[in-house]
Design a protein around this ligand. Structure first.
Ligand code: SF4
Ligand code: SF4
Length: 174
């Protein structure tokens, strides 16, 4: 058993300590948060890179990527028949369902999806969180450039392959 009023004194001591400590609260929106550049704010679409392969939509655990497309015939010089290619009609992400796992960005083989740190797109109506491809494309302007290559890191396998002499080439010009 403690002394009478001990708990109250302990509580007051905590209050006094807290009152004299500097507050960590960020005064958002007057002071914007200092987010890391690769924060998962919103997903941006580079439409011209999308081949409508559907990988992102298939892998999305929330089924919140909507893609519509049609086939187009493209003439190939020298080929007997035109080639068929997918043309994108609609690409949309429903951010009211998205859980920001990043799987769509990871699986896209054509660098068509990117994280942007922008997060100020709250809506009063949940349905407005469905971003169609025009809006997803506008987010591209807010995507930070990729980080610089670490000079101490191993070169990319593409660089190493480019430096390798072509098969059959003479070894050195001596
Ligand atoms: S981040 Fe995850 S949940 Fe959101 S659209 Fe991409 S795959 Fe789907
Ligand atoms: S994975 Fe990439 S290229 Fe394929 S449909 Fe999705 S965004 Fe387009």
């Amino acid at each position: 058993m403690g002394l009478p009023g001990e708990g109250v004194l302990q509580g007051l001591a905590v209050t006094a300590r807290t009152m004299t400590r500097r507050a960590d609260t960020r005064q958002y929106p007057d002071v914007p948060p200092d987010l890391p550049p690769r924060s998962r704010g919103v997903i941006a679409l580079r439409e011209e890179n999308c081949t409508v392969c559907m990988l992102c939509a298939r892998e999305c655990p929330d089924w919140c990527i909507y893609i519509e497309s049609h086939k187009e015939e493209v003439a190939v010089p020298g080929a007997a028949r035109p080639r068929q290619q997918n043309a994108l009609d609609r690409f949309a992400i429903d951010f009211s369902l998205c859980m920001y796992c990043g799987i769509c960005i990871e699986v896209c083989p054509f660098d068509a999806l990117f994280w942007s740190p922008e997060f100020e797109y709250a809506e009063y109506d949940l349905r407005d969180l469905l971003h169609e491809q025009g809006r997803l494309g506008e987010w591209m302007a807010t995507v930070p450039p990729p980080p610089a290559h670490d000079p101490r890191g191993e070169p990319a396998k593409e660089e190493a392959a480019a430096r390798r002499p072509a098969p059959g080439a003479a070894g050195g010009g001596a």
